[in-house]
Design a protein around this ligand. Structure first.
Ligand SMILES: [Zn+2]
Length: 136
C-alpha cells in the first residue's frame, strides 16, 4: 500500500490539489483479516491524476491465517535434502545467518565463516538458525 499512499501524498504536496481517496478492505466470509484492499484515488482539480489498484494482503516470507489474523515467519522449504545453502556462520555463538542479515555486519571478523553446504551438515556441526533472519 505504501507506494500508492506516497504517490497521493507527493501529488498533494507538489500541486496543492485535493485528492478523493478511498480504501476498501475485502474480507472473505467471516475472516478477521482482509485478503486485500482496493485503493481508489482521484485529484479533484486534475482528472489526469487518478488510479484504482488492488493490493493483496501478503508479504514475502510471511504466512498468514486470514481467519484468525495470526501471522508467522514461513519455514524455509528446502527443495531437497541435498540443497546447498549459502550462509554466514558465527563461530562464537554457533548461529547461522542469511548473508544479508544485519547481525552479519555486527559480527567480528574472526567469528565469521562463509558456509556453503547442506542443512544436515550444518546441524551436525551444532549450528542453529538466527532468530532475526530465520535462514532455515
Ligand atoms: Zn541472522
Amino acid at each position: 500500500m505504501l507506494p500508492f499512499e506516497n504517490q497521493v501524498a507527493d501529488h498533494i504536496r507538489e500541486s496543492g490539489n485535493h485528492v478523493l481517496y478511498r480504501v476498501t478492505p475485502y474480507f472473505e466470509g467471516d475472516e478477521l483479516l482482509a485478503r486485500g484492499v482496493l485503493i481508489e484515488a482521484e485529484a479533484v482539480e486534475d482528472k489526469e491524476f487518478r488510479f484504482c489498484v488492488w493490493c493483496y494482503n501478503v508479504q514475502p516470507g510471511i504466512e498468514i491465517d486470514y481467519a484468525t489474523g495470526e501471522s508467522w515467519i514461513a519455514e524455509r522449504v528446502l527443495d531437497s535434502e541435498d540443497e546447498i545453502l549459502e550462509l554466514v556462520l558465527n563461530k562464537n555463538t554457533k548461529r547461522a545467518h542469511r548473508p544479508d542479515c544485519p547481525s552479519v555486519e555486527e559480527m567480528k571478523e574472526k567469528n565469521r565463516e562463509y558456509y556453503s553446504g547442506t542443512l544436515q551438515e550444518l546441524k551436525e556441526r551444532g549450528y542453529t538458525a538466527c532468530g532475526r533472519c530465520h535462514p532455515f
